[in-house]
Design a protein around this ligand. Structure first.
Ligand code: MG
Length: 305
């Protein structure tokens, strides 16, 4: 039984590969006593197929097999981004230093000499599984942290910092490739009144719903973020302000038409749209912000460019 805490997060899956069925049986018996999940293959092609389908944590891989050798199986798996992180331990009948070197060069992490000493085999398997699973957990945690760091937790849009960083990257790209780029600053009209009259919970709901409308109206290459309280920023990549304006109008009309289940409540949004000339991101945002101010002055529920 495994009492190791890291294996409680996930039962490890081991793929054993050997052309000799007797070896597979011996390995299978030793490993299944440890509560590992086992998959088996008796040739290289099959091993690659199963590895792709099941993404095992570890492969015990025989070197000498008819057809493609263990080295070849290993190099192929290491070239595929889906399978490259699987730990591979070679099984070898002879201790030729050059074989061992070749195994490490192919991307193996360790080797075990046949016939197996089951204690040694299990110790090596356990060590490499722990390493592999720790790495996987760390990777997942890092991805989650990264996601948290760039996302606005309420709306699920990108947060202020990420959208501003993205804008300066996109500006650099637009300048390099001589492409157009437009930026819209949007602000919900009289949002304070919505909160005062219907409560902050409903206000949050409005923010989320409008985020969804914005997300659904832009292209995959555009980026929308929550800039501040009830402010959104949209980056229109490779787009001049004339075509970006059409999208902004679509967003504005969708929001105006939205039914809120609060009597005849109508929520509207105003927007300012600027196109990149030669300025940096802060001046470009300022330009959009000034136009947003103009839209407010000119009666709200409108876009200016
Ligand atoms: Mg063999």
């Amino acid at each position: 039984m495994n009492d190791n805490s890291i294996f409680k997060e996930k039962t490890p899956l081991i793929l054993i590969v050997d052309d000799v069925v007797k070896n597979l049986q011996v390995l299978g018996t030793i490993l299944s006593k440890q509560n590992y999940k086992i998959a088996a293959a008796n040739n290289g092609e099959q091993a690659i197929k199963i590895a792709n389908n099941t993404l095992p944590d570890l492969i015990l891989l025989d070197i000498m097999m008819p057809g493609i050798s263990g080295f070849e199986v290993c190099s192929r798996l290491k070239k595929d981004p889906r399978t490259k992180d699987i730990s591979i331990i070679f099984l070898t009948a002879k201790i030729e230093p050059e074989d061992i070197v070749k195994g490490f060069e192919a991307g193996g992490v360790d080797y075990v000499i046949k016939p197996f000493n089951s204690i040694e085999l299990l110790a090596r398997v356990k060590t490499h599984l722990e390493l592999k699973i720790s790495r996987d957990l760390l990777k997942t945690k890092n991805e989650q942290l990264r996601e948290l760091a760039i996302t606005d937790s309420m709306t699920g849009l990108y947060n202020h910092r990420y959208i501003v960083d993205s804008l300066s990257e996109r500006i650099a790209e637009a300048k390099r490739y001589k492409q157009s780029l437009s930026v819209a600053m949007l602000d919900i009209d009289y949002f304070k009144k919505v909160n005062d009259n219907h409560g902050n919970l409903f206000g949050d709901f409005v923010l989320i719903r409008i985020s969804t409308i914005i997300e659904e109206s832009i292209r995959k290459t555009d980026i929308a973020g929550r800039y501040g309280g009830e402010e959104y920023l949209i980056i229109f990549t490779n787009t001049d302000k004339k075509s970006a304006f059409n999208t902004l109008e679509r967003i504005r009309k969708s929001i105006e038409k939205e039914k809120w289940d609060k009597g005849d409540l109508v929520v509207t949004i105003s927007g300012g749209l600027s196109e990149l000339e030669d300025e940096d991101y802060s001046k470009l945002i300022k330009k959009a912000d000034n136009l947003l101010y103009k839209a407010k002055e000119n009666g709200r529920n409108r876009n200016e460019m």
